[in-house]
Structures are given as structure tokens and as C-alpha cells.
Design a protein around this ligand. Structure first.
Ligand SMILES: Nc1nc2c(ncn2[C@@H]2O[C@H](COP(=O)(O)OP(=O)(O)OP(=O)(O)O)[C@@H](O)[C@H]2O)c(=O)[nH]1
Ligand SMILES: [Mg+2]
Length: 694
């Protein structure tokens, strides 16, 4: 691929509700610019962008791909970002490295949940953007209605059509371009006069466009108010200005899959979106404080890693955006984040799964590096003598956890490595060992997200995993003081055993466990205290109620008895253990469960339903506030056992409009009727296990 200078580059994120046609649209871009000679289909798994096995199988995008489109003298780097909410992390990391976004909206559905979610991220990053009312060829397609839904959903933004559709549904033939006041038919390359029946509507719509453009520059506004016509160049100039502020958003109409009105979108990108040099500068932390880095070849080298893929066959691929300076092939680069030097081979330009080798990347460009060893996502690479650091991209916290276990012995050996590699690839995935339940917990954004990752473990790393709902990490404790006593005596035949322990047990809220003594006199030698403690610690991991860790207990040994011959450490270990077990039973033991602090944001209209649902989950509601934009914020403390599948449940209650976050708050006593069930289930399982063992 040809080398492109900064002013000929545009970095554009394609975002929108799942299935609004982003991947198909990029496919049309490639086809119409001659990069491919056959248009692939998502449904057939043949698109350039959805090349991953999981994408082809599911027919949805699951990770961001980079699709550079060469158009006229420009290279338009499109990032095709998944729309399904489980992959929200991709939206955050992808939009972070672009200068503008195209938001696709389905012509039948109008604004959907996913549209609102990506809009928020575009706002957060202050990205200039367009909307494409896509799939205009669908039955029931309605441009006007989609436009109204936008205006209603985002009232602070002014939506300005820059085109009018020529026909709708099966009659969608092209668009009327309000800048040139010409019709553009087919994929957009056949120019004709505006049909008579659309002339009046086009005139009216053009006035709105020109007025918006005039607001971009004082001189233009004066000219316009003075009654003079603005030239096409002036309209573009003014419109670029108002777009940059995000106050105005142009609206296009297209049908990617049907390849209608596709090229005008590329014209729009070139015309209205900023080059990396014109986009907002990046704030980096340098030696002497914060610096604003403009995309310029002459600036300090600043290369940011925004994505990493690991594949046993291809190896590690590091996706970078050059924020400043020039990234040349074959040399060394300093990883500021890791404090390590990396060798770089050929700098490549990716297109879907393909890597096209090149010589160098200019400031602003996006490309890949192969086989870096220390470098991971989020790292900043550059010149050792010119240290730079960036604030990390804020990724959403995990919302859905499963317990995974290896299917076979062979899988067991490879499981940890595979999970680690998969989590490196996608920083919204995490795994850990839960000591209390002895399970391997694997967390992500939702069930699809986890499912994709589990299949990857199998296809890429050859590790097959079982997946189940994680056990709740319950704990056991006592609620009152008690006295416990046990005599262990085995004196029939052979060498005997004798040990007797007297101790007190009491609740200890401030710590997990404490072992002390109040021994006086000579009844029990202090030498036997360590074995007694050892015996007790042996049962702490699996308490007597439900086999959960025992916490918040203090043990005070105050007396005991010894036998001159038969007393030995092992005897006191047993005595200590048995006394502790008896004491646990006597001291009114209870189960404790983790309680999570939950924050749910939902549209006001769903508030009642969400509260009602929370009330069935033993939630203690602690707050209810209204947020601007018609949102309710509910905060509550809810036992973990009740919200292990809350992602899916909240989605179905709110039609996907509700979002939540949760973090661990504290342990609380499980209500006794529920505790009985948990204990009974454990005892039954234990008995089953014992019978099997017999
Ligand atoms: N009628 C019609 N169908 C389309 C059009 N574009 C895409 N589709 C269909 O809509 C479905 C989703 O298209 P994709 O291109 O995968 O949509 P996407 O936005 O990339 O989806 P995600 O990546 O999963 O968010 C596929 O079945 C496409 O064939 C279009 O212009 N017209
Ligand atoms: Mg897609």
C-alpha cells in the first residue's frame, strides 16, 4: 500500500447498534474503491472485516478490525467496531485512537440502545461525527422517522441532512446531494439532475445546511445574513467548523449491503472530518509536565498500543496509532510504560486479517508491529530520551462471571496460560483463582463475551473448558461465646494416644482467626499448643456447616490434660480439631455471604420494574436519583447470590437500556431459611461423595 502523509489520513470509527450494517458498509467501501473484486456478505462469512472464526460463526463482529480504504488521494482508516453491548470495551479502545466517528442507524428501527451507548462514548471523547441512516433498501425503511428519532434521543445536537434519499425501501436508488444540488445514483457515481418531485424538499433542506455552515465562521455568517450565496467551498469550510464542536451532526442515507449511496460517504469523510493534524491534540505527560501532542512528523515519537492479538500461528500482533513523529521499519523503539527496548521489524498496515508491509507510518497513521515481546495494550512507545506517558483508557468493569474448569488432564496443564493470553488480548476479560470455592473464575462483559473467549481458548490454544455458574464464596462463623472440650484417647493395643483440650471460642469481628492461650499450672505443656493450633487450622478451610472457610473466630486454650506416655503431638492435633468442631456447633454458627454494592442506571420509564425486580433479590435500596436525560440511578446492596446473572436480567427488563456496575461491599449473615437449604445441599453432596467413595 502507498505511503500516506498526515494530511491525507482520516481515522474514523464505525460504531452503532449491533447489526446496523457497519461491517457490510466497509465491505462496500472496499469494493467500490477497487480493493476487492467481489463483495463479501456477513451472512456467508466472507467479509474482509469479520474474518475471525467466531465472527463468521456468529455473523456478528466481536472485535475491532482496521480497514484502510484508499480513496482519491486519501487513506481512510476505518475501524469497524462491534455493536453488541458485550463488546463495549472495543468501543472505548477503538474510539480512543480515531479523530471522528460514523454512527450507523438502522432505517427501520431508528435510534436503538446501542446507538445511545456509542453516542455517549463519542461525547466523552468529543468526536466529530456523522450519522448514516443505513439499510435504506429495507422494507419499512423511513429516513424521516429515523431522523426524528435522532433528534428526540439527542436533543442537544442539531441533526442536519446533507442528503435526501431518492426513494425508499426497494425503490432506494440514490441520494440528492444538498451541497452540489445534484442526484447521485447507484453507488453514488452517476450524477443526474434532481427529480422534479424532490426539488422543493431539496431547496428547503439546503437552506438548513447552509445556515448551519454559516454559523461556523463569522465572515460566512455575515455574508449569509447579507443575502449573498455561499459557495460550495465555503459551505464545506463552515460546516467542518460546526461539526468539530459536536453541536451539529450531518445525516446521510445509504444501503451498504445493496451498495447504494456508498461513495458519497467517503466524500463526506474527506470533506468534513479532520485530518489527524487538525484533530484535537493528545494530552501526554512528559518530563516537564503535560504536553499537547499534535500529529506531526517533526514532533517527538509517540506511538500508542491500542490493541493486541495473540495467535499461536500468526504470533503476537500489536496495533498502534502514531500520535506524533514517524514510525520507521527495522529499528529499535523504547517502551516507556515497561521501561524496555523493543526491536521492530517491518511496520505493517492491516486490512482485516491481512498485513501489508510498508516502510514507515507517518504521524496520525494506524498500523501494526509483529512479535514485540514486552509490549502490551495501552503501552506508549517512543524515544528513550523523550519520556511520555498517557492516562489509561477507562474500560468498563466486568459484569458477568463464570467458573471454568479443564475438561481433561491435558487441558488442565494449559488452562492458565491460555486464559492469561486471552485476557492480554482483551483487557475487559479477567481471570483469577477463588480460594474460598477453589474455582477458577473468568469474568467479562456478558455471556456472549465469555462464550467467544471460551471458544477461542479451544480453537486457538487447544484448551477445552467447562463453564458453570460460580459457587458463591460463603463463609462460616460463630455468633456467641462457647466452651469446648475434647479428650482424644486411643489406648487399646500398641502405642497409645492421649490428648485433652479445654478451650473457649468467641466471635472476633476484626480479624479472620486468632489463637491464644491462658494456660496456668502444669496440666498442659505449652509444647502441645502448636499441634492444637495446627489441628484447628486444618478445619478452618472447610467449616462444619457447608464446608466453607471459617472466619472471625478467636480460640483461647485455657486447660488440658496429658498422659506421661501416650501424649504426643498427633493426639493433641486431633483433640484440638475435634474440640473446635464441637465448639462451632455450640456457638450458634451462621453462614456469611458476600454483599455487593450495585449502581444501576436505567431510563425513568423502567425505574418501577427495576425496583420491583431488585426487591425480589433481597436488595436493600440505598438511593434513587434522577440524572439529566431522563435516567434514574438506583443504588442498592444486594447479595452476590442474587445477582450472578444480572447482566442478562437487567437487559431483558430494560430492553438493553439499563447499565450497571457493582463492587464488593461486605459479608453479611445469610437469612436462616436460605442457610438451611445451602447447608442441606452441602450435606447431601458430602454424603453422596462418601457413599461413592465406599
Ligand atoms: N437490507 C439490508 N440489509 C443489510 C444492509 N447492510 C447490512 N445488512 C444486513 O444486516 C445484517 C447485519 O449487518 P452487519 O454488516 O454485520 O452489521 P454490523 O453493524 O457490522 O453488526 P455488528 O458488527 O454485529 O454490530 C447482515 O445480515 C447484513 O446482511 C443493507 O444496507 N440493507
Ligand atoms: Mg460488524
Amino acid at each position: 500500500m502507498k505511503e500516506y502523509g498526515t494530511q491525507f489520513i482520516r481515522n474514523v470509527g464505525l460504531v452503532g447498534h449491533g447489526g446496523s450494517g457497519k461491517t457490510s458498509l466497509v465491505e462496500a467501501f472496499l469494493f467500490d474503491t477497487g480493493a476487492i473484486n467481489r463483495m463479501g456478505k456477513v451472512g456467508e462469512g466472507t467479509t474482509v472485516s469479520d474474518f475471525d472464526d467466531e465472527e463468521r460463526r456468529r455473523q456478528i463482529s466481536v472485535s475491532t478490525s482496521v480497514i484502510p480504504v484508499e480513496y482519491q488521494d486519501y487513506k481512510l482508516n476505518f475501524l469497524d467496531i462491534p455493536g453488541f453491548t458485550d463488546f463495549a470495551g472495543e468501543v472505548k479502545s477503538g474510539l480512543h485512537v480515531v479523530g471522528a466517528a460514523i454512527v450507523t442507524v438502522d432505517s427501520v428501527a431508528g435510534v436503538e440502545v446501542g446507538t445511545e451507548l456509542v453516542w455517549q462514548t463519542c461525547d466523552e471523547y468529543k468526536l466529530p461525527r456523522f450519522v448514516v441512516v443505513n439499510k435504506m433498501d429495507r422494507e419499512n425503511a423511513n429516513f424521516q422517522q429515523a431522523l426524528e428519532s435522532l433528534q428526540e434521543a439527542f436533543p442537544k445536537t442539531k441533526f442536519i441532512p446533507v442528503q435526501l434519499p431518492l426513494g425508499e425501501q426497494q425503490n432506494f436508488k440514490g441520494v440528492v446531494d444538498l451541497l452540489s444540488m445534484k442526484a447521485q445514483l447507484g453507488k453514488g457515481d452517476q450524477v443526474a439532475d434532481i427529480p422534479a418531485n424532490l426539488k422543493a424538499a431539496a431547496d428547503t433542506a439546503r437552506v438548513q445546511l447552509v445556515e448551519a455552515a454559516a454559523e461556523g465562521e463569522d465572515a460566512l455568517l455575515e455574508k449569509y445574513l447579507g443575502g449573498e450565496e455561499l459557495t460550495a467551498d465555503e459551505v464545506v469550510r463552515g460546516f467542518r467548523q460546526v461539526l468539530a464542536t459536536g453541536a451539529f451532526v450531518p445525516v446521510f442515507a445509504a444501503a451498504g449491503n445493496a451498495n447504494v449511496a456508498v461513495l458519497p460517504l467517503l466524500d463526506g469523510v474527506v470533506r468534513y472530518f479532520p485530518s489527524p493534524a487538525e484533530a484535537q491534540p493528545l494530552t501526554a505527560h512528559g518530563k516537564a509536565g503535560d504536553e499537547q501532542l499534535k500529529a506531526s512528523d517533526g514532533g517527538p515519537l509517540c506511538v500508542v498500543v491500542w490493541k493486541t492479538t495473540a495467535d499461536p500461528f500468526v504470533g503476537k500482533v500489536t496495533y498502534v496509532r502514531v500520535f506524533s513523529g514517524v514510525l520507521a521499519s527495522d529499528g529499535r523503539i523504547w517502551n516507556h510504560t515497561k521501561g524496555a527496548e523493543e526491536r521492530i521489524g517491518t511496520v505493517s498496515v492491516p486490512r482485516g486479517k491481512e498485513q501489508m508491509g510498508g516502510k514507515q507510518l507517518h504521524a496520525g497513521d494506524i498500523g501494526t508491529l509483529a512479535k514485540l515481546s514486552a509490549t502490551g495494550t495501552g503501552d506508549v512507545l517512543g524515544d528513550k530520551a523523550y519520556p511520555l506517558a498517557l492516562d489509561p483508557v477507562k474500560l468498563p468493569a466486568a459484569l458477568y462471571a463464570v467458573a471454568v474448569s479443564p475438561k481433561t488432564q491435558a487441558d488442565s496443564a494449559k488452562m492458565g496460560t491460555a486464559l492469561t493470553r486471552i485476557c492480554e488480548e482483551d483487557p475487559t476479560l479477567h481471570w483469577r483463582q477463588e480460594a474460598a470455592t477453589q474455582q477458577t473464575i473468568f469474568e467479562g462483559m456478558g455471556d456472549q463475551h465469555i462464550d467467544v473467549a471460551v471458544r477461542r481458548a479451544e480453537s486457538k490454544f487447544g484448551v477445552s473448558l467447562n463453564v458453570e455458574v460460580p459457587k458463591v464464596p460463603y463463609r462460616e462463623t460463630i455468633t456467641r461465646k462457647t466452651d469446648a472440650h475434647h479428650r482424644h484417647k486411643k489406648q487399646t493395643g500398641g502405642a497409645g494416644q492421649f490428648g485433652e483440650v479445654m478451650m473457649r471460642m468467641e466471635p472476633l469481628p476484626e480479624a479472620d482467626f486468632e489463637f491464644t492461650d491462658e494456660l496456668t499450672g502444669m496440666n498442659l505443656s505449652r509444647n502441645y499448643l502448636p499441634p492444637i493450633e495446627k489441628g484447628i487450622r486444618g478445619v478452618l478451610e472447610h467449616g462444619p456447616l457447608a464446608g466453607c472457610p471459617v472466619v472471625n473466630v478467636r480460640v483461647i486454650v485455657y486447660d488440658g490434660k496429658m498422659h506421661p506416655v501416650d501424649s504426643k503431638p498427633i493426639a493433641f492435633e486431633t483433640a484440638g480439631r475435634e474440640a473446635f468442631k464441637k465448639g462451632m456447633q455450640d456457638a450458634s454458627p451462621v453462614l456469611l455471604e458476600p454483599v455487593m454494592h450495585l449502581r444501576v442506571v436505567v431510563p425513568e420509564t423502567n425505574q418501577g420494574a427495576v425496583m420491583g425486580d431488585l426487591n425480589t433479590r433481597r436488595a436493600k435500596i440505598s438511593g434513587m436519583d434522577q440524572e439529566p436525560g431522563g435516567k434514574s440511578v438506583i443504588t442498592a446492596d444486594v447479595p452476590l447470590a442474587e445477582i450472578q446473572r444480572y447482566v442478562s436480567d437487567l437487559r431483558s427488563i430494560t430492553g438493553g437500556r439499563g447499565v450497571f456496575s457493582m463492587d464488593f461491599s461486605r459479608y453479611e449473615v445469610v437469612p436462616s431459611h436460605l442457610a438451611q437449604n445451602i447447608i442441606a445441599a452441602y450435606q447431601k453432596e458430602k454424603r453422596g461423595g462418601e457413599e461413592e467413595a465406599e
